[in-house]
Design a protein around this ligand. Structure first.
Ligand code: KG4
Ligand code: ZN
Length: 348
């Protein structure tokens, strides 16, 4: 079975995502993204160097309805056309999640249409379904974002086995914290990637993180090593070289995990999803790795990598097609494992 064989929901779905610092709404029909509107709060949080939960929730309140209106207008969809509402309810900042969830419940109730509460990571995992019809099941997915770094075996939509995850920081955090040390603005992932293009990735030697479990990751040591490098070289630090060394160290670890996962599972598909999937060298490296394993490589367009509502609509589409809906007691949850998850499996 491939993504093209997925049964999906036929009517327009209004999807809402407010789990962190993006207020997002989208219209999805089947596997087709008709609109994908995102109001980013990056400028708001940049003054504090990170996301302030109370400020995020307040900004979601202000942006939510205009963003929904824009998504519907762009897709030329009216209230009576909608077949369902999909909304992220977990995991994330509770105050932020509550704004989207309350809005979604209110709309579903008023319109008399089904409500589906979606797990944020299932959204990221489903983000490849729009543009990668050839991606087979089972496949291996690397979820890399500001909050998560997980290797997942996706046997079918909703059937996940977490092979391994980070023991400490997420890959995006490693980028963001190092970017900050290099004086780049928050969130620094993209700026660090651009700076790294100007540098040599072997000019500085960052320590290799070696974990016994090939599916696990650890990035906190890199952050410390970067801090030492900045302290040691002071004004003499070649910032592009430091950025390139950091990026290589993160990519080396991610590639090692993915190689182990493809070998261990024998999966013939590889998906790269989450905000850090916007990183061009990572996309190129994993594409090459997939080719070496004769696996189909899938990565969403940039607009579906960082947080967005279209991916929530895509996850809802196949769930709704199976007849799943949620009732109005769905809650906003700060922490929640992927649905249908099994216990982490470690290689023998
Ligand atoms: O998925 P996302 O929007 O939010 C979370 O769910 O965390 O991911 C945001 C993360 C940030 O850490 C950001 O720096 C990182 O994705 N990111 C990048 C790039 N673009 C965004 N990291 C490396 N290279 C990029 N081009
Ligand atoms: Zn995310």
């Amino acid at each position: 079975m491939t993504v093209a064989d997925l049964a999906t929901f036929a009517s327009p779905i209004l999807a809402i995502e407010t789990s962190c610092d993006e207020t997002a709404a989208a219209i999805v029909v089947g596997r087709s993204v008709r609109s994908n509107v995102i109001a980013s709060q990056i400028d708001l949080h940049a003054q504090w160097g990170g996301v302030v939960p109370e400020a995020a929730a307040r900004a979601h309140v202000e942006q939510m309805l205009p963003v929904i209106a824009a998504a519907m207008q762009e897709a030329s969809v009216g209230w009576s056309d909608l077949g369902a509402i999909a909304v992220t309810n977990r995991p994330g900042l509770v105050g932020a999640l509550s704004i989207g969830l309350t809005t979604g419940k209110g709309l579903a109730f008023a319109l008399g249409i089904p409500l589906l509460a979606v797990h944020h990571l299932e959204g990221h995992l489903s983000s490849v379904y729009a543009d990668s019809p050839d991606l087979p099941f089972p496949h291996v997915a690397l979820v890399v974002s500001g909050g998560h770094t997980e290797l997942v075996q996706v046997s079918a939509p909703g059937e996940y086995r977490v092979l391994g995850e980070t023991r400490d920081d997420a890959a995006g955090e490693a980028f963001d914290k190092s970017a900050r040390l290099l004086g780049l603005p928050y969130p620094g992932g993209r700026a660090l990637m651009e700076l790294a293009e100007l540098g040599h990735d072997r000019a500085y030697d960052l320590p290799k993180t070696r974990l016994d479990d090939p599916f696990e990751f650890s990035f906190s040591g890199l952050k410390t090593a970067m801090w030492r490098l900045v302290q040691h070289h002071g004004d003499q630090l070649n910032r592009p070289d430091a950025a390139a060394a950091l990026q290589r160290a993160v990519l080396d670890q991610l590639a090692r995990g993915v190689t182990a996962a493809l070998s261990e599972t024998g999966a013939k598909g590889l998906a790269l999803v989450g905000g850090v999937a916007a990183n061009q060298p990572l996309r190129a490296r994993l594409a090459e790795l997939a080719a070496r394993h004769a696996a189909t490589f899938a990565v969403p367009p940039l607009s579906l990598c960082t947080d967005n509502a279209a991916m929530i609509g895509l996850a809802a589409s196949w769930r709704l097609a199976r007849g799943e809906t949620d009732n109005f007691s769905a809650e906003a949850l700060p922490n929640a494992p992927l649905p249908s998850i099994e216990m982490p499996v470690h290689p023998v």
